[in-house]
Design a protein around this ligand. Structure first.
Ligand code: SAM
Ligand code: DTB
Ligand code: SF4
Length: 327
């Protein structure tokens, strides 16, 4: 047992429940803390694409992959402002800037801080995901006004060496500490469908819930199998498809053990049916990435999403609204 009391055994018990019981309880908890028919919209932009020195087995941007993604330089401020303005016009409230780096270089910090200021000036919430951060870099981003920092644990500590070998789990946890101490909100989750067992999913969620504070935002990604990546190729060759109901279950358990966090139905949404997406919302997901593109892979696009929202009676959360409803 650790300090928050979410033992692996307790989390595994949630996973083992009949799905309908689990969904009912997850939705009841969801309604205590979140508006049930509102979904927060975030938009991603790859501000520095490809050529990354890390060997993350799922990633199209790793220099170890043969995915065909070309390495590009850091975008300039005007390119970022243009994309952020378009995201705002499409109803997004948060703009997430991602860089294919192991960690940012100190010489990049002024340009990154300038981007944060420009996106905030549009009235959007800001998020960045740049790899590992030193305490000093986290402080610089926080001072520039960055609201969220995304840094995923990706999987359990046990399964991690099968996914990434160029950096340790403990280094990921250290970066999360730096982000929290600097006063930014933490966005941290993982990927489902990378050959992990249910026990790995249990351990990932328990680790997230037992952080000194649960992450304010928890992205649950389904592996997007990209050709030319180690794990993507494996999934494509073995026709090892994601079990959608196990994915829904994972969201429901995340909702139960981190009731106040916003759970994001993240990458891989494009391959989910409308019904599976509806189950993910019922399980407690209340945030998505919008637009045609994630970082390098395809996303649902706004016309598909508008139709889904209409069918389900969902609306986009307005800007500046806290996640929790009045209790
Ligand atoms: N380089 C930074 C890092 O890894 O922290 C930031 C960018 S990285 C692309 C952000 C996250 O995207 C990864 O941690 C991973 O969880 C997710 N991701 C990347 N490729 C993915 C894929 N093919 N399918 C699902 N999620 C993916
Ligand atoms: C997260 O958990 N999912 C987003 C965001 N954080 C940066 C990234 C998804 C990337 C999907 C693969 C791609 O488009 O390259
Ligand atoms: Fe690099 Fe991030 Fe991709 Fe890993 S996930 S290879 S760190 S861009």
């Amino acid at each position: 047992m650790n300090h928050k009391g979410w033992t692996n055994e307790k989390v595994a018990e949630f996973f083992d429940r009949p799905l309908l019981d689990l969904l009912l309880e997850a939705q009841q908890i969801h309604r205590q803390w979140h508006r049930p028919n509102e979904i927060q919209l975030s938009t991603l932009l790859s501000i520095k694409t490809g050529g990354c020195q890390e060997d993350c087995g799922y990633c199209s941007q790793s220099a170890f992959a043969t995915s065909g993604v070309k390495a590009a330089k850091l975008l300039n401020r005007d390119e970022v402002i243009k994309a952020a303005s378009e995201a705002k016009a499409a109803g997004s409230t948060r703009f997430c800037m991602g860089a294919a780096w192991r960690e940012p270089k100190d010489r990049d910090m002024p340009a990154l801080c300038e981007m944060i200021g420009s996106v905030k000036a549009l009235g959007l919430e800001t998020c960045m995901t740049l790899g590992m951060l030193s305490a000093r870099q986290a402080g610089q981003l926080a001072s520039a006004g960055l609201d969220f920092y995304n840094h995923n644990l990706d999987t359990s500590e046990d399964h991690y060496p099968k996914v990434v070998t160029t950096r340790r789990y403990s280094e990921r946890l250290e970066t999360l500490d730096h982000v929290r101490v600097a006063g930014m909100a933490v966005c941290c989750g993982g990927i489902i469908g990378m050959g992990e067992t249910r026990s790995d999913r249990v351990k990932l969620l328990a680790t997230l819930a037992n952080l000194p504070e649960p992450p304010q935002s928890v992205p649950i990604n389904a592996l997007v199998p990209v050709q030319g990546t180690r794990l993507g190729d494996k999934a494509l060759q073995t026709d090892d498809r994601l079990d959608e109901l196990e994915f829904v279950r994972t969201i429901a358990v995340a909702r139960l053990i981190m009731p106040q966090s916003v759970i994001r139905l993240s990458a891989g949404r494009e391959s989910l049916s409308e019904s599976s997406q509806a189950l993910c919302f019922l399980a407690g997901a209340s945030s998505i990435f919008t637009g045609d593109r994630l970082l390098t892979t395809r996303n649902c696009g706004s016309s598909k999403d508008s139709k889904l929202f209409e069918k389900l009676g969902l609306s986009a959360a307005p800007l500046g609204q806290p996640a929790a409803p009045p209790r």
